[in-house]
Ligand binder design. Structure first.
Ligand code: ARG
Length: 400
């Protein structure tokens, strides 16, 4: 393959630093690095320096937290999308944004390829590769880890030393970790045994529920058209709101997820997630939806949410079906305005109160007290008609 200039998704870690050098060696090309601040809580200036030091001709760094939350996370949030009913998709939602930015840079810089550090058996490679061709069909995508000869971490370290690439002095945790403002994904190492309980020290966004405060804490969340806009009555932008929500819920040990999930490439994988803000906000939003959506709409939304989560997980962000589903979710969220009170206590976030000017809930219909307006006698006719098909079927069956 002929490559002249490549835009590399660069984290500053050992893998992607080795990749800068390896790309130059293998393809004789120029390497431009791109690092997105998605809220991974890392200082970015040193990453820029490092990129240039290991041989990049240019290093882009960009804070995209707001765009990430507004244009990616909130779209999935409006559906309440969770992959396989559990995973809030933090990593999966970040990849298409990073790819989009890299493609923009590739266009501006006249690069003919992009590169990333994902392996050949994960989901992330799919999200990068597929998003890239969806945005620029003629772009080449290089994933060095899929093709290089370095077989172990030791070989990588050796390669790094040989080429003057700084090797981290601290002993690495044996896990593969990806973090952004919406959540943290942890996999590999001892977690590969699905019967092994994760040790307390793998968690960094959530307190051990055993050590969490003994008193519950209440948080009031205001929503406007499906989007959280205030915590405890204080209005704030999404970045600050999600940051604060992470701290509040994390302090109470909320948002730990332990699952065996189905990867797109056909293997099952044991994953640990931490998503305190996502868990708390999704719980609150769910409660609001229960109040404002009619039964059939809520049920259909729940079904489509699984589909939506699959599209995100499978790397199909840039597809028409996702856009069509967004239009559906936008319609459903027109009335998703209201307030939900969530109780945080020992690892759990529970919606305990909710109100909305658009609530479909009617006290006079629901109540069993004397103000009841429901016409009880109609219940009999309703049951007669509703049960009719089953009655006829039973009659036919009993004939033979
Ligand atoms: N299994 C999750 C996903 O597919 C998390 C991937 C985490 N990536 C990583 N490099 N550790 O979205």
């Amino acid at each position: 393959m002929d490559v002249k200039r490549v835009v590399l998704a660069y984290s500053g870690g050992l893998d992607t630093s080795v990749i800068v050098k390896w790309l130059q060696d293998k393809y004789g090309c120029e390497v431009i690095t791109y690092t997105a601040d998605l809220g991974q809580n890392e200082e970015l200036e040193p990453i820029k320096e490092k990129a240039l030091k290991v041989g990049a001709v240019k290093a882009y760094i960009e804070d995209v937290r707001e765009e990430f939350l507004e244009d990616y996370v909130m779209k999935a949030f409006k559906f309440g999308a969770l992959y396989e009913g559990k995973y809030p998709l933090a990593t999966a939602l970040g990849r298409p944004l990073i790819t989009k930015k890299m493609i923009e840079i590739a266009k501006n810089e006249g690069a003919d390829a992009i590169a990333h550090g994902s392996t050949g058996k994960g989901n992330d490679q799919v999200r990068f590769d597929v998003s890239a061709v969806a945005l620029k069909p003629d772009i080449k995508v290089i994933a060095p880890v899929r093709e290089w000869e370095l077989k172990s971490r030791d070989e990588e370290i050796e390669y790094a030393k040989k080429h003057g690439i700084p090797v981290p002095v601290t002993k690495d945790k044996p896990y593969s970790i990806d973090r952004n403002i919406w959540g943290l994904s942890i996999e590999a190492g001892p977690l590969e045994d699905p019967y092994f309980e994760p040790p307390e020290d793998i968690y960094s966004m959530t307190e051990d529920p055993l050590k969490a405060p003994d008193k519950p804490e209440y948080v009031e969340i205001d929503f406007e058209q499906g989007i959280p806009v205030a915590l405890n009555g204080e209005r704030m932008g999404l970045v600050e709101l999600v940051d604060q929500a992470n701290k509040l819920a994390g302090k109470h040990g909320v948002g730990r997820i332990d699952m065996v999930e189905n990867r797109l490439v056909g293997i099952k994988s044991r994953e640990i997630y931490e998503a305190p803000a996502a868990t708390m906000l999704l719980e609150a939003k769910r409660s609001l939806d229960e109040l404002i959506l009619d039964r059939e709409t809520l049920h259909l939304k729940d079904q489509l949410a699984l589909k939506y989560a699959e599209l995100v997980y499978y790397g199909y962000w840039f597809c028409e079906l996702r856009e069509a589903l967004d239009a559906f979710a936008d319609k459903l969220n027109e009335r998703a305005t209201g307030t939900v009170k969530v109780k945080l206590y020992k690892g759990k976030a529970t919606a305990v109160a909710r109100k909305s000017p658009y609530a479909l809930y009617s006290k006079e219909l629901a109540t069993y007290d004397p103000t009841d307006k429901f016409v009880h006698k109609y219940g009999e006719a309703f049951c007669y008609i509703w049960g009719l098909p089953l009655k006829v079927a039973a009659q036919v069956k009993n004939k033979d």
